[in-house]
Structures are given as C-alpha cells and as structure tokens.
Unconditional design. Structure first.
Length: 401
C-alpha cells in the first residue's frame, strides 16, 4: 500500500490492461497515464511508440489535446469575470456585436436562403460555457446549419479566417435552437475565446501564455509547437472506415508545427501530460498552485455545478450526435461535464466529479471528494471508438484503498 491511498499493485494492473487490450492489438498507437492524489503523482506510465517506427513514448511527449483546451478557455473567461470586466449572465452581443442579429433556424439551406425567427432571450455567456448557445459543429453532419459551417470552412484553423473573421462569419448564419433551451456540443468555446480576446484586449494565445501557462509553470502548452520542441510531438491517427488506422498528422511536420490563423479556444492546444497535470492540480486545489492563484475558490465552485436548464442531465437535453461524455447522470458546468448521479452513470465515482476529453481520445477527470485526478493521453480519432475512458475510471477507482 502507498501512502497516497492507492493500492500499488492494482494501479499497475492498468498498464497491463492497456498493453493487452489496446497496444498489442494495435487499437491505439501509444498511451500515457497519470493518476494523482492530492496533486501528488501516484502513477505515471508511458507505453507504445511516439511516432511510426520511432523510439518509445517519452514522459515529456507532446499531444494534441483538442477539446481539453475548452476548460482552459473557460478558466480564462472566469479570470476576467473575477476582475469585474464581464459576467456569466452578460449577453454575448455586448462584447461581440457581430452576433447581435442572429436568428433561430426555421427553414432553408442547401442553396435556399435561410429562414429564421428572432431569439426569445439573448444568448448569454453562460450559454457559451455550457454549450446551450444554439451553435453547432460542422462535423456533426446532421442539419442544414452544420452544412453551412462546412461550406464556409469557418472552423478551418489554417483557412482564411482569424478569430474576428470567424465570429463575423458565424453571425451571418442561423442558430439551431433558442439559446438556453437545449445542449449541443459546438464552437461555443471558440466564441468564448473571442470574448476573452476582446475583453482582455490581448490576443487569446498571449493571454493563455502570460496569464495562465507562465503562472502555472506549463511550459509545454501552446497553440503552435515551437521549432525546438517539435521533435517531441507525437504522430496523430484517425480511424477510416474500411481502411483502419491511418496517419492524420505527422509529429514533426504536421499542422501543429505551424502557427494557426484561427486560434481555437475550443480545440487548438498541444500539451504534455505533466503540464495538464499542473492545470488539474490547480483546479483540485481550488484555483491555486505553488502559491499562485489563478481563480478564486468560489468561482471554481460555481463552475463545477450543473448549469443545464432545469438541472437536467445530458441524456435528456442533448441534441448532439457527438459527445465527449456518456450522457446518463452527467450534467454540464461552466466548461466541464459534471457527475450529478453516480448510479445513473453506472461507473464508480463521486457527485461533483468533473471531466472532459478531446477528439483524439485524450481525457481527464478531477474528483474533489476523493481528491484524485487523472490525465490520459493518446492520439486517435474519433474518441468514441472505444470505451477506454470508462474502463480507465473503473480501474482507477478499483485501486483506491
């Protein structure tokens, strides 16, 4: 038994599980897992190859964390709330006037002009934070609105649009539903990044670098991997129907080795397991790490409550085809999914545990009751291929003394 409250032998079972189930079978290219108690690392393992035909995955490998960028953007916004510069209930168009006249989809699209009806209530910052704004993602492929996102290539990080251009383009398209009435996983957090940029008067990447990453000692987290660190960036894979696993982005020379035109607060960051561990430790500590306070304890308390309308869970309110969470018993806070009913989730856990993941199958969770957190990294999309997040959670809680 460790002093950290984990059974060491049971923790080490996780590595052999990953090896047998995911690495030996070729389902995943590599895995890196960190489990901590009270911010102290209890388990840290790296398995598999960083790149095709290359050396073993190193502890300081860099991973595209995709939607695990969203909690960082949400924290950045709440830092500005704490300064009194904006509020959770501020109408979004007060900061982004380009979105003032957005209507709700009524008909049209696919070559026919859109018909819309006016919004009943203005979209508020809380709607961006909890994905109830009425936005969507082009890759969901389920409505004429997401088709218009694809047609305009408005989500392309290396396209024609910068963050301001992206907001302007969105403002010319309809919303899928009345703000505050449904949940749909969406570009809302990218819009929130534009809010952070406008309110702070600082480019989003610079705000992150100076106000969050430098303060937390997260020196390996960025939108664009610097030349002297690019050799640490792993290969990234995607699963193609009929073809199996194909290379999506090459470690040394891919898209993340160049600066993006569109800085994505919804999905653009690269990070390391140890850096994201520092971010999680700050959250577990109530907003502080090594004597540096990022946000206040009560701000984090507000962020980690269920903000879905009527106290609903995602299974009853989600319109999303795609989700980074299995929905039953899961609510959504200001930037994180929340466990609101442990029994309905059918997994061990705690009420108030909060988490999210990214499309390349990376994930984290933070349990403030048991004081544990996990950071899991790999690089394969889509994240819905395997139940690995649920398996990891089961195995980690099984190792608790």
């Amino acid at each position: 038994m460790h002093g950290n409250g984990f059974d060491a032998q049971r923790l080490s079972r996780i590595d052999s599980f990953l090896q047998t189930r995911y690495l030996d079978t070729g389902l995943l290219p590599h895995t890196q897992l960190l489990v901590a108690r009270d911010g102290e690392v209890a388990h840290f393992s790296s398995q598999g190859l960083a790149r095709e035909g290359s050396a073993a995955l190193a502890d300081d490998a860099l991973f595209r964390i995709a939607s695990m960028t969203k909690p960082v953007t949400s924290i950045a916004f709440m830092m500005l709330v704490e300064e009194g510069l904006v509020a959770v209930d501020t109408p979004v168009h007060h900061v982004l006037p380009e979105l003032k006249n957005m209507g709700v989809y009524q008909g049209g699209g696919a070559g026919v002009p859109f018909a819309t009806r006016p919004v009943a209530e203005p979209m508020r910052m809380v709607d961006l934070l909890r994905h109830t704004a009425g936005f969507t993602y082009g890759f969901q492929n389920r409505t004429n609105v997401d088709a218009a996102y694809r047609e305009g290539r408005i989500e392309s990080w290396h396209g024609d649009l910068d963050l301001d251009g992206f907001v302007a383009a969105l403002g010319r398209l309809p919303l899928e539903f009345q703000p505050g009435t449904s949940w749909n996983y969406s570009v809302a957090t990218d819009v929130l990044g534009a809010v952070v940029q406008r309110v702070s008067g600082m480019p989003l990447d610079r705000f992150f670098a100076t106000r969050i990453f430098a303060s937390l000692g997260m020196h390996d987290t960025f939108f664009h991997v610097p030349a002297d660190k690019v050799d640490r960036l792993t290969d990234c894979w995607t699963m193609k129907p009929g073809e199996g696993r194909v290379l999506y982005d090459r470690g040394g020379s891919g898209a993340w080795s160049r600066a993006p035109r569109l800085v994505s607060g919804g999905g653009g960051l690269v990070s390391s397991t140890l850096d994201y561990h520092r971010f999680c430790t700050m959250l577990l500590n109530g907003g502080t790490l090594d004597g540096v306070r990022i946000v206040g304890r009560k701000t984090l308390d507000l962020m980690t409550r269920n903000h879905l309308p009527g106290g609903a869970d995602l299974s009853s309110i989600s319109r999303s085809l795609f989700s980074e969470a299995t929905n039953a018993g899961t609510g959504f806070g200001l930037g994180f999914a929340m466990t609101i009913d442990v029994a309905r989730s059918m997994l061990p856990g705690s009420v108030g545990e909060y988490h999210w993941g990214g499309m390349f199958s990376t994930a984290f969770f933070i349990d403030p009751v048991e004081r544990i957190h996990m950071v899991f990294m790999t690089q394969l999309s889509p994240s819905s291929l395997y139940p690995i997040r649920r398996e990891l959670k089961t195995l980690i809680y099984a190792a608790l003394n």
